[in-house]
Write a protein that binds this ligand. Structure first.
Ligand code: 13P
Length: 249
């Protein structure tokens, strides 16, 4: 049985005071949980969030360098994330792919480095609206996924999480229907099973894209949806707590 994971991707949002308030509310609202709960603040606030996160909320980063410590101005290394107590790293988010030109190969390098450092990657995949309308959803998702499996090896997926985030659903208020999400999640699991059936059964596949307190329960009720990667709603304590409870049902 896969344990659900609800992850908040705060993106480039937050200030010290706001984060203090949000974390205090989350920590008191999530006392014990049958699901894994994760927050991914901007890197500059990781330390603050980790110091407040308590026993039931894990902390992760939104991106990382594939390189070791050294002359890479402006970058953040995996040993630094580990030093701060991070457990997860979001990789290949569509905003990084589209705005920062991260290719499948770069994402694969980051994935390999993340696993080697002992952190858990959350590998994001997803199609644009145009790709969906052209019937290319599974081609695109398959290409993004296989690029990483082929480079890293399926044995590196033991602790990996996949996040299916249709680009057209991110920040738009337009959520994939429960059926659209389940169809793609099942296809992703089948793609992993082509490499290894056991890994396919164990891998958590999260849905992301306008998840909120109202639609979470229906999305999470699908057999192959093992939780969510939540953007906007993860910045509102009550909404994020409700989404965590929806995954707990
Ligand atoms: P929204 O929940 O704001 O649509 O963002 C989804 C997302 O990109 C999470 O990584």
């Amino acid at each position: 049985m896969r344990r659900a994971l609800v992850a908040g991707n705060w993106k480039m949002n937050g200030r010290t005071d706001f984060i203090n308030e949000l974390m205090n509310e989350l920590v008191s609202g999530i006392q014990a949980s049958a699901v894994d709960v994760l927050v991914c603040p901007p890197a500059i606030y990781l330390s603050q969030v980790k110091s407040m996160s308590g026993s039931f909320i894990a902390v992760g980063a939104q991106n990382v360098s594939e390189n070791p410590d050294g002359a890479f101005t402006g970058e953040i290394s995996l040993p630094m994330l580990r030093d701060l107590g991070c457990e997860y790293v979001i990789l290949g988010h569509s905003e990084r792919r589209s705005l920062y030109a991260e290719t499948d190969l770069v994402v694969a390098d980051k994935f390999i480095a993340t696993v080697a450092a002992g952190l858990k990657p959350i590998l994001c995949v997803g199609e644009t609206l145009e790709e969906r309308e052209q019937g290319k959803t599974l081609d695109v998702v398959g290409r993004q996924l296989k690029a990483v499996i082929d480079a890293a090896g399926i044995d590196k997926f033991a602790d990996a999480v996949i996040a299916y985030e249709p680009v057209w659903a991110i920040g738009t208020g337009k959520t994939a229907t429960s059926e659209q999400a389940q169809d793609v999640h099942a296809a992703i699991r089948a793609m992993i099973a082509e490499y290894d059936a056991k890994t396919a059964l164990a891998t958590r596949i999260l849905y992301g894209g306008s998840v909120n307190a109202r639609n979470a329960a229906e999305l999470f009720a699908n057999d192959d949806v093992d939780g969510g990667l939540v953007g906007g709603a993860s910045l509102k304590a009550n909404d994020f707590i409700a989404i965590c409870h929806a995954a707990d049902a």
